[in-house]
Ligand binder design. Sequence first.
Ligand code: ADP
Ligand code: MG
Length: 226
Amino acid sequence: MENSGAEIHLRAQDVRRSFRIGGRRIEVLRGVSLEVARGEAVFLCGASGSGKSTLLYTLAGLERPESGSVWFEGATLYAGGDSRAAAVRNQRIGFVFQGYFLLPELTALENVCLPALIGSRAAQSQAAALLERVGLADRLHHLPAELSGGEQQRVALARSLINDPGILFADEPTGNLDSRTGEGIVELLLALVRENRKTLVVVTHDAVLAGRGDRRLEIRDGLLAG
Ligand SMILES: Nc1ncnc2c1ncn2[C@@H]1O[C@H](COP(=O)(O)OP(=O)(O)O)[C@@H](O)[C@H]1O
Ligand SMILES: [Mg+2]
């Protein structure tokens, strides 16, 4: 996928981020640069605490870096204030959080509709179609508590796609699942983005799963290694 003619969909340049804990400052991202081509599936791995989530959130427009830049679809993400970043995020970026983050009082269908115009008929039929696609046609009206972990993660996948984003980010989407269920989720994630030619950036600490994408990156000592 890394041919020179490919369109760059996401680009980070010299991204830095540190946290102050007690009196100590830890430098989590020490100048991270990367380019992801449109339609590429990149897996980002690294030890626990190495900065995977921090980098993913920064790439997805959720956490402003201290310095450095992120470009997405040719526009810089953090210039122009937080409201612009939020608008881009809602419309063009899908995010699957570690631990699903479904609203417990809403059904699967309502959870998937949530990022779209709530109550709109189009959103409802689109949400139902997505739930069908992820294998949950007979679970539309179940509450999260009535679903297994793997099913909840499928709902979260469907929800991340409701606005038809160009790129999907997922933070340890298999982290809370047994290895077989996790493998199914990664297969589904890859199938969904390949069907629709979406770009994918996935964080995982599972080295085997990380080999399933087009490219594997490792974060170590605040920098990326191939
Ligand atoms: N909001 C925060 N405040 C202070 N420290 C943080 C914060 N977020 C992350 N960190 C620290 O930054 C480091 C990297 O965290 P994180 O990106 O969550 O790592 P990973 O996802 O690879 O496990 C950890 O040492 C973590 O404790
Ligand atoms: Mg993390």
